[in-house]
Design a protein around this ligand. Sequence first.
Ligand SMILES: [Zn+2]
Length: 261
Amino acid sequence: MTLFDTHCHLFDDKFSEDLASVVERARAAGVRRMVVPGVDVDTSRRAIELADRYPEVYAAVGIHPESLADWDAAVLAEIEALTAHPKVVAIGEIGLDYYWDVAPRLVQQEVFVRQLELARNVGLPVIIHNRDATEDTVRLIETRANGVTGVMHCFTGSIETARRCIRRGFFISYGGPVTFKNAENVRKAAREIPDEWLVVETDAPYLSPHPYRGQRNEPARVAQVVEVLAETRGQTLEELARLTYDNAHRLFPRVEAGGSR
Ligand SMILES: [Zn+2]
Protein backbone atom coordinates (compact mmCIF):
# COMPACT_ATOMS: atom_id res chain seq x y z
CA MET A 1 0.00 0.00 0.00
CA THR A 2 1.23 3.50 -0.89
CA LEU A 3 -0.03 6.32 1.32
CA PHE A 4 0.11 10.13 1.23
CA ASP A 5 -0.27 12.06 4.49
CA THR A 6 -1.37 15.48 3.20
CA HIS A 7 -1.06 17.22 6.58
CA CYS A 8 1.38 16.58 9.45
CA HIS A 9 3.25 19.02 11.68
CA LEU A 10 6.57 17.20 11.96
CA PHE A 11 8.30 20.34 13.28
CA ASP A 12 6.27 20.09 16.50
CA ASP A 13 8.28 19.88 19.74
CA LYS A 14 6.56 16.57 20.45
CA PHE A 15 8.74 15.05 17.70
CA SER A 16 12.03 16.63 18.75
CA GLU A 17 13.30 13.50 20.54
CA ASP A 18 12.51 10.80 17.99
CA LEU A 19 11.65 12.29 14.58
CA ALA A 20 13.91 9.83 12.72
CA SER A 21 11.97 6.85 14.11
CA VAL A 22 8.64 8.58 13.40
CA VAL A 23 9.68 8.90 9.74
CA GLU A 24 10.95 5.28 9.79
CA ARG A 25 7.56 4.04 11.04
CA ALA A 26 5.82 6.10 8.37
CA ARG A 27 7.96 4.43 5.68
CA ALA A 28 7.24 1.01 7.15
CA ALA A 29 3.49 1.75 7.02
CA GLY A 30 3.74 2.64 3.32
CA VAL A 31 3.66 6.44 3.66
CA ARG A 32 5.61 7.67 0.60
CA ARG A 33 4.67 11.35 0.71
CA MET A 34 4.05 13.82 3.57
CA VAL A 35 3.20 17.52 3.42
CA VAL A 36 4.21 19.57 6.46
CA PRO A 37 2.26 22.87 6.72
CA GLY A 38 3.73 25.76 8.70
CA VAL A 39 1.58 27.89 10.99
CA ASP A 40 3.80 31.01 11.04
CA VAL A 41 7.10 32.19 9.52
CA ASP A 42 9.28 30.23 11.95
CA THR A 43 7.48 26.89 11.52
CA SER A 44 7.24 27.43 7.75
CA ARG A 45 11.06 27.66 7.71
CA ARG A 46 11.29 24.54 9.86
CA ALA A 47 8.93 22.71 7.47
CA ILE A 48 11.32 23.56 4.62
CA GLU A 49 14.31 22.30 6.64
CA LEU A 50 12.50 18.97 7.09
CA ALA A 51 11.77 18.83 3.36
CA ASP A 52 15.49 19.32 2.74
CA ARG A 53 16.33 16.49 5.15
CA TYR A 54 13.77 13.83 4.10
CA PRO A 55 13.08 13.02 0.44
CA GLU A 56 9.41 12.13 1.02
CA VAL A 57 8.65 15.33 2.97
CA TYR A 58 7.31 18.49 1.28
CA ALA A 59 6.49 21.84 2.88
CA ALA A 60 3.64 24.33 2.88
CA VAL A 61 4.16 27.88 4.12
CA GLY A 62 1.60 30.24 5.62
CA ILE A 63 0.12 32.06 8.59
CA HIS A 64 -2.48 30.13 10.62
CA PRO A 65 -5.37 32.14 12.13
CA GLU A 66 -4.16 31.12 15.62
CA SER A 67 -0.80 32.81 14.87
CA LEU A 68 -2.26 36.30 14.42
CA ALA A 69 -1.84 37.63 17.96
CA ASP A 70 0.94 40.00 16.88
CA TRP A 71 0.01 40.20 13.22
CA ASP A 72 2.15 42.40 11.00
CA ALA A 73 1.68 42.56 7.23
CA ALA A 74 5.46 42.34 6.72
CA VAL A 75 5.36 38.59 7.42
CA LEU A 76 3.50 38.02 4.15
CA ALA A 77 6.59 39.12 2.23
CA GLU A 78 8.62 36.57 4.19
CA ILE A 79 6.11 33.83 3.37
CA GLU A 80 6.21 34.81 -0.29
CA ALA A 81 10.03 34.61 -0.32
CA LEU A 82 9.87 31.08 1.15
CA THR A 83 7.75 29.87 -1.79
CA ALA A 84 10.87 30.07 -3.98
CA HIS A 85 12.08 26.79 -2.44
CA PRO A 86 11.40 23.91 -4.87
CA LYS A 87 9.83 21.68 -2.20
CA VAL A 88 7.25 24.27 -1.11
CA VAL A 89 4.06 22.87 -2.63
CA ALA A 90 1.26 24.96 -1.08
CA ILE A 91 0.29 28.03 0.96
CA GLY A 92 -0.94 26.79 4.33
CA GLU A 93 -2.24 26.38 6.66
CA ILE A 94 -4.48 29.41 6.38
CA GLY A 95 -8.12 30.12 7.16
CA LEU A 96 -10.44 31.12 9.98
CA ASP A 97 -10.69 30.00 13.60
CA TYR A 98 -13.69 31.38 15.51
CA TYR A 99 -13.22 28.87 18.33
CA TRP A 100 -9.97 30.34 19.68
CA ASP A 101 -10.64 33.81 18.22
CA VAL A 102 -7.00 34.80 18.74
CA ALA A 103 -7.45 37.82 16.44
CA PRO A 104 -10.57 39.84 15.53
CA ARG A 105 -12.60 38.08 12.86
CA LEU A 106 -12.18 40.86 10.32
CA VAL A 107 -8.39 40.63 10.73
CA GLN A 108 -8.52 36.85 10.26
CA GLN A 109 -10.56 37.34 7.09
CA GLU A 110 -8.15 39.96 5.74
CA VAL A 111 -5.09 37.76 6.32
CA PHE A 112 -6.90 34.77 4.80
CA VAL A 113 -7.84 36.73 1.67
CA ARG A 114 -4.34 38.15 1.31
CA GLN A 115 -2.89 34.64 1.43
CA LEU A 116 -5.42 33.47 -1.19
CA GLU A 117 -4.09 36.31 -3.35
CA LEU A 118 -0.51 35.29 -2.61
CA ALA A 119 -1.34 31.71 -3.65
CA ARG A 120 -2.72 32.96 -6.94
CA ASN A 121 0.35 35.14 -7.55
CA VAL A 122 2.80 32.31 -6.96
CA GLY A 123 0.63 29.61 -8.57
CA LEU A 124 0.24 27.31 -5.55
CA PRO A 125 -2.79 25.58 -4.00
CA VAL A 126 -3.92 26.41 -0.43
CA ILE A 127 -4.46 24.30 2.71
CA ILE A 128 -7.56 25.55 4.55
CA HIS A 129 -8.14 25.48 8.31
CA ASN A 130 -11.73 26.15 9.45
CA ARG A 131 -12.93 25.90 13.00
CA ASP A 132 -16.45 27.11 13.83
CA ALA A 133 -16.25 29.42 10.82
CA THR A 134 -17.74 27.39 7.98
CA GLU A 135 -20.01 30.07 6.52
CA ASP A 136 -17.31 32.74 6.28
CA THR A 137 -14.65 30.27 5.12
CA VAL A 138 -16.76 28.91 2.27
CA ARG A 139 -18.05 32.36 1.35
CA LEU A 140 -14.47 33.67 1.01
CA ILE A 141 -13.51 30.62 -1.05
CA GLU A 142 -16.48 31.26 -3.31
CA THR A 143 -15.93 34.99 -3.68
CA ARG A 144 -12.18 35.59 -3.23
CA ALA A 145 -10.28 32.44 -4.30
CA ASN A 146 -10.49 33.47 -7.99
CA GLY A 147 -9.37 30.16 -9.42
CA VAL A 148 -7.05 29.17 -6.56
CA THR A 149 -7.73 25.55 -5.55
CA GLY A 150 -6.68 23.54 -2.52
CA VAL A 151 -7.86 21.30 0.29
CA MET A 152 -10.28 21.50 3.21
CA HIS A 153 -8.03 20.10 5.93
CA CYS A 154 -9.47 17.73 8.55
CA PHE A 155 -12.99 18.05 7.18
CA THR A 156 -15.84 17.28 9.59
CA GLY A 157 -18.66 19.18 7.83
CA SER A 158 -21.78 18.20 5.93
CA ILE A 159 -21.94 16.85 2.40
CA GLU A 160 -23.61 20.13 1.35
CA THR A 161 -20.58 22.12 2.55
CA ALA A 162 -18.24 19.62 0.89
CA ARG A 163 -20.07 20.01 -2.41
CA ARG A 164 -19.73 23.81 -2.32
CA CYS A 165 -15.96 23.42 -1.83
CA ILE A 166 -15.60 20.73 -4.50
CA ARG A 167 -17.43 22.99 -6.96
CA ARG A 168 -14.55 25.47 -6.45
CA GLY A 169 -11.90 22.81 -7.02
CA PHE A 170 -11.19 22.03 -3.36
CA PHE A 171 -10.34 18.51 -2.21
CA ILE A 172 -11.86 17.10 1.00
CA SER A 173 -9.34 15.72 3.50
CA TYR A 174 -10.25 13.30 6.27
CA GLY A 175 -8.16 12.64 9.37
CA GLY A 176 -8.51 11.06 12.80
CA PRO A 177 -12.00 12.43 13.59
CA VAL A 178 -13.60 10.26 10.87
CA THR A 179 -12.52 7.21 12.93
CA PHE A 180 -13.99 8.38 16.26
CA LYS A 181 -16.79 6.24 17.65
CA ASN A 182 -19.22 9.16 18.01
CA ALA A 183 -18.50 10.59 14.55
CA GLU A 184 -21.30 8.96 12.55
CA ASN A 185 -22.18 12.38 11.06
CA VAL A 186 -18.62 12.79 9.75
CA ARG A 187 -18.73 9.31 8.17
CA LYS A 188 -22.15 10.07 6.68
CA ALA A 189 -20.63 12.88 4.57
CA ALA A 190 -17.43 10.88 3.89
CA ARG A 191 -19.54 8.17 2.28
CA GLU A 192 -20.75 10.58 -0.40
CA ILE A 193 -17.56 12.40 -1.39
CA PRO A 194 -16.82 11.56 -5.05
CA ASP A 195 -13.69 9.36 -5.44
CA GLU A 196 -11.73 12.04 -7.29
CA TRP A 197 -11.98 14.65 -4.49
CA LEU A 198 -10.94 12.58 -1.48
CA VAL A 199 -7.57 12.82 0.32
CA VAL A 200 -6.30 11.78 3.77
CA GLU A 201 -4.13 13.20 6.54
CA THR A 202 -3.13 12.79 10.17
CA ASP A 203 -2.69 16.41 11.42
CA ALA A 204 0.02 14.83 13.61
CA PRO A 205 0.78 15.29 16.48
CA TYR A 206 -2.93 16.07 16.96
CA LEU A 207 -6.14 14.10 16.44
CA SER A 208 -4.83 10.55 16.72
CA PRO A 209 -7.29 8.09 15.14
CA HIS A 210 -9.17 5.37 17.02
CA PRO A 211 -7.89 3.23 18.81
CA TYR A 212 -5.03 5.66 19.64
CA ARG A 213 -7.27 8.63 20.42
CA GLY A 214 -5.63 11.00 22.91
CA GLN A 215 -2.07 9.80 22.17
CA ARG A 216 0.53 11.68 20.14
CA ASN A 217 -0.36 11.15 16.50
CA GLU A 218 2.14 10.38 13.71
CA PRO A 219 2.04 9.91 9.91
CA ALA A 220 2.09 6.07 10.09
CA ARG A 221 -1.43 6.28 11.50
CA VAL A 222 -2.83 7.65 8.26
CA ALA A 223 -3.27 3.90 7.65
CA GLN A 224 -6.04 3.81 10.30
CA VAL A 225 -7.81 6.71 8.57
CA VAL A 226 -7.63 4.90 5.23
CA GLU A 227 -8.93 1.71 6.83
CA VAL A 228 -12.01 3.38 8.34
CA LEU A 229 -12.72 5.38 5.18
CA ALA A 230 -12.50 2.24 3.04
CA GLU A 231 -14.89 0.39 5.33
CA THR A 232 -17.25 3.39 5.49
CA ARG A 233 -17.33 3.78 1.71
CA GLY A 234 -17.43 0.08 0.85
CA GLN A 235 -14.10 0.17 -0.97
CA THR A 236 -11.01 -2.00 -0.58
CA LEU A 237 -8.01 -0.69 1.33
CA GLU A 238 -5.90 -0.84 -1.81
CA GLU A 239 -8.50 1.05 -3.84
CA LEU A 240 -8.82 3.81 -1.25
CA ALA A 241 -5.05 4.07 -0.74
CA ARG A 242 -4.46 4.35 -4.48
CA LEU A 243 -7.12 6.94 -5.16
CA THR A 244 -6.16 9.19 -2.23
CA TYR A 245 -2.49 8.91 -3.21
CA ASP A 246 -3.22 9.89 -6.82
CA ASN A 247 -5.62 12.66 -5.76
CA ALA A 248 -3.02 14.17 -3.43
CA HIS A 249 -0.64 14.48 -6.38
CA ARG A 250 -3.36 16.33 -8.33
CA LEU A 251 -3.91 18.56 -5.30
CA PHE A 252 -0.17 19.33 -4.97
CA PRO A 253 1.18 19.34 -8.54
CA ARG A 254 4.69 20.31 -7.35
CA VAL A 255 5.09 17.01 -5.44
CA GLU A 256 7.17 14.58 -7.47
CA ALA A 257 5.22 11.65 -8.81
CA GLY A 258 7.96 9.07 -8.13
CA GLY A 259 7.87 6.50 -5.36
CA SER A 260 4.44 5.26 -6.38
CA ARG A 261 3.36 1.65 -6.70
ZN1 LIG B 1 -2.72 21.49 11.01
